[in-house]
Design a protein around this ligand. Structure first.
Ligand SMILES: [Zn+2]
Ligand SMILES: [Zn+2]
Length: 253
């Protein structure tokens, strides 16, 4: 079981060697669940040896482009791969914060050389609480107030066997995740695009939140433009394992 970070960048202008936010969980069974689908996620996954036809679910935290810009191409690439390999039509469920996000994506697929009918796509609206549970993977959604809560936005708890992974999505504060911290988490994937990483790390440590590994992703300009400086600042206040995401980085579980 492992996590692969596909895109480490927030919605900044294009940045060398980094693409918008996306990551995936690959179970021991081979099933893959994708969380957010920023631009280039399918390309990064494929060139890093991920079999896109093993993807069964895509969970989208919110409808901002740095989290959904690669979703259409992800579906197209799945169709392409199944066509090239002469395999049956792929099947995937999209868990969306707003179901209307799915319609234009399917409409554009219908206009491409592959039609949406070449693929089974389920559209499921995310709600608070458990949204998926099968084959040893359980996903729970927690509404957050990203950018004031004007559009639906969610954080996720992923339970994979005995492992607990918390993914912030985009949040106003890490404190919105406190309901997920009722038990220790093995991995916290924490966005750094709207926050100062060293401040977040210091507050998590001070609050005594039990985190096996703190992973910053969804980097904003502060971290990207002052990388070494900010990493040193985190080290100064956080004496537990942490890392800053790079595209293609693998985290074994
Ligand atoms: Zn974002
Ligand atoms: Zn956002």
């Amino acid at each position: 079981m492992k996590i692969t970070l596909l895109g480490s960048c927030s919605g900044t202008e294009p940045f060398p060697n980094r693409h918008h936010t996306s990551w995936l969980l690959e179970s021991d069974s081979g099933d893959i669940d994708v969380f957010d689908a920023g631009e280039c996620c399918s390309h990064t996954a494929h060139v890093n040896g991920i079999d896109l036809l093993k993807i069964r679910n895509v969970f989208i935290s919110h409808s901002h482009m740095d989290h959904v810009g690669g979703l259409l191409n992800l579906l197209w690439t799945q169709m392409k791969l199944s066509s090239v390999r002469k395999l049956p039509a792929p099947s995937v469920d999209l868990y969306l914060p707003e179901p209307e996000l799915g319609r234009p994506i399917l409409s554009i697929l219908d206009l491409s050389e592959f039609k949406s009918s070449c693929m089974k796509v389920g559209i499921r609206e995310i709600h608070a609480g458990e949204i998926f549970a099968a084959s040893g993977i359980r996903v729970e959604a927690l509404p957050n107030r990203h950018l004031g809560g004007i559009r639906p936005s969610f954080s996720f708890l992923v339970e994979a066997g005995k492992r607990r992974i918390v993914y912030s999505g985009d949040v106003t504060s890490w404190r919105e995740l406190i309901p997920f911290f009722s038990a220790p988490c093995d991995i916290l994937l924490m966005e750094s695009g709207h926050h100062v990483p060293s401040k977040t790390a210091a507050e998590l440590r001070e609050a005594g939140i039990e985190i096996g590994k703190l992973v910053f992703l969804h980097h904003g300009r502060r971290l990207l433009d002052h990388y070494e400086e900010e990493i040193e600042a985190v080290k100064a206040v956080y004496d537990r394992p942490f890392l800053a995401a790079e595209d293609g980085m693998v985290i074994p579980l």
